[in-house]
Each structure stands twice: as structure tokens, then as C-alpha cells.
Ligand binder design. Structure first.
Ligand code: AMP
Ligand code: FE
Ligand code: FE
Ligand code: ZN
Length: 281
């Protein structure tokens, strides 16, 4: 069984529609794939039909952007939650709306120095998709300012950049609570990805565990080896599930479907714990 529990479509910042992600997952030899778009479940229906066609199992999921009191970014994966749960839906709607005004402010700042307009950005966004810096990066690539998304994130779009603007995001422990309330299985995505910015300390893990955190995504290319050792210790101590995933974004990132995998035992446990929606197979 080849199980990859983290992939994005153009419902957020992946580059392919959900059906194409399912086809790519089957072509990569996966048996199970999770669709985990940022702050959106809008891709579930299309992905479900395509997964059935392709003969692979789909785990409906989502990746929630969170921020701690100290301002550290945390990504929380949710599997098998109820997409209509009012509390969770209200929270991700708030984030999605805030992302739009945030992107507008970033584009206003960028337009002072670069040939970039709001229309140029929207051109790279599928209707209704969760807006993010990757879409601004795509417009900067099209304008010839940078070669690819990676160069944009390494320069103009970093969180230290003078063009960077924050957006509303829930605190991690609160997001964990909401995912549980919605019958979902909360897993901390790439927890020690220090290349993306500051990483959280023990207190945040303990708060998330108290709130009902189910697992840690340890096998992810952005987690350095020393950080993985710390996470394995934490998982053992607190009885957390351990997952491995690609974080596929189509051509938006080098991450390849199936480059990291989750064990069948952990997948079975996630399926048992998730009561808000079902694995599509
Ligand atoms: P945002 O949520 O709008 O602040 O943008 C962060 C998103 O950009 C993350 O979800 C990543 O998927 C994506 N991202 C971060 N770094 C890179 C990179 N170097 N290349 C491509 N995408 C990236
Ligand atoms: Fe992303
Ligand atoms: Fe992430
Ligand atoms: Zn992701």
C-alpha cells in the first residue's frame, strides 16, 4: 500500500485541478491520496469522482493556516472532518476572506516597484480558490521579475520582505479543537520546517496535544533530520500518530507524489478516528 496524505490542487496553490491530481496520484502508483488544499474543501467533490475513476482511495482533507501568539506560522492538516461544521467553516471562511484583502495589499505594495497588477495575479487563480503568495509569485514569474515560485519566496515574498503582509489565522490549539469538533483528525504539518520561518517550541505542541492533536507529519522533505528525531521522541511520549507525505503542488514545487509515505497501520487508525466524512473508495 502506497499512501500519501498531503497534496494540493488549484483549489489552493497547486497547479492542477483536483481531478488531474487524482490521475497523477494513480500514475505515481499510489493506492491512497489525501487532497489537502489550504483552507478549503471545495475540491472534494471533483476529486471524489476522479479517484473512483482512477481506482485509488481519496482521503478528504484540508490544510489550515494558523499562527501562534508569538507570530509563528503553523500548518494543521485535517482529515475526514465534516466540511459543513459551522465552527470550522466560519473559521476557514474568515481566513480565506482575510487572504484576499491581504493579497490585495501585497500587490499594492509590490506595484510601486514591479510591473504587477491585481488582474495579473487573478489571472493565475482558479475561480474561488484560496489566494496565497504562490499566486503572486506566478504573476511575478509571468512578468519576468523572477524565474520561478522558489526564487520569489527566496526574495521578494519572504515573510521578512517589505512587501509581506500578514492575514488573519486561528491559533493552532483552537484549530485542533475545531477539527476534532468537526469529527476530523488533526495532524501537525511539517512541524520543524525551519526553512519556512520560525518553528514552535514545546509549549505549542503541548497546547495542541491537550486540544486533541492526533499526529505529526514527520516524513516531509522540509523537516531536517535533527528535528525529525525530536518529533519521534515527542510522538512516542504522547502516543501521537506519525505520517509521511509529499506536499505535492503540481509544478508549483519540486515535491513529487509518493516521495514520502504513511504506513497502512497509521492510515487505518486515521480512518477509525475520522467521523465527519468518509474515505472515498
Ligand atoms: P501564504 O499562505 O499565502 O503565506 O503562502 C505560503 C504558501 O506558499 C505555502 O503553503 C507553501 O505551499 C507555498 N510556498 C512556500 N515556500 C515556497 C517555495 N519556495 N516555492 C513554492 N511555494 C512555496
Ligand atoms: Fe501551499
Ligand atoms: Fe503547509
Ligand atoms: Zn501543504
Amino acid at each position: 500500500m502506497r499512501i500519501d496524505l498531503h497534496a494540493h490542487s488549484n483549489v489552493s496553490d497547486g497547479t492542477e485541478p483536483p481531478a488531474a491530481v487524482m490521475a497523477a496520484a494513480a500514475a505515481a502508483g499510489l493506492n491512497v491520496v489525501a487532497l489537502t488544499d489550504h483552507d478549503s474543501t471545495d475540491g472534494w467533490a471533483e476529486a471524489s469522482a476522479a479517484a473512483l475513476d482512477a481506482g485509488i482511495a481519496l482521503v478528504p482533507g484540508m490544510e489550515i493556516s494558523c499562527r501562534t501568539e508569538e507570530g509563528i506560522s503553523v500548518h494543521l492538516l485535517s482529515y475526514l472532518h465534516d466540511p459543513a461544521h459551522p465552527g470550522l467553516l466560519e473559521e476557514i471562511t474568515k481566513s480565506k476572506d482575510a487572504r484576499t484583502s491581504r493579497a490585495e495589499r501585497m500587490v499594492t505594495l509590490l506595484a510601486e516597484d514591479y510591473p504587477l497588477s491585481w488582474d495579473d495575479v487573478i489571472h493565475h487563480v482558479a475561480p474561488g480558490a484560496t489566494l496565497g503568495r504562490p499566486h503572486i509569485a506566478d504573476a511575478l514569474v509571468a512578468a519576468g521579475v523572477v524565474a520561478d515560485r522558489n526564487e520569489a519566496f527566496a526574495s521578494i515574498l519572504t515573510s521578512h520582505s517589505r512587501y509581506f503582509v500578514q492575514h488573519y489565522a486561528p491559533e493552532p490549539a483552537f484549530a485542533v479543537e475545531l477539527v476534532r469538533a468537526a469529527g476530523g483528525v488533526p495532524v501537525f504539518a511539517h512541524p520543524v520546517a525551519s526553512s519556512r520561518g520560525r518553528i514552535v517550541g514545546e509549549r505549542t505542541y503541548l497546547e495542541m496535544i491537550d486540544a486533541g492533536l492526533a499526529g505529526l507529519e514527520i516524513d516531509h522533505r522540509d523537516n531536517p533530520e535533527d528535528g525529525r528525531a525530536y518529533l519521534r521522541t515527542l510522538a512516542r511520549k504522547h502516543g501521537l500518530l506519525v505520517t509521511g507525505s509529499s506536499d505535492y503542488h503540481g509544478t508549483g514545487k519540486p515535491n513529487l507524489l509518493g516521495e514520502n509515505l504513511t504506513s497502512p497501520e497509521v492510515f487505518a487508525r486515521i480512518e477509525e478516528l475520522g467521523t465527519g466524512s468518509s474515505v472515498v473508495r
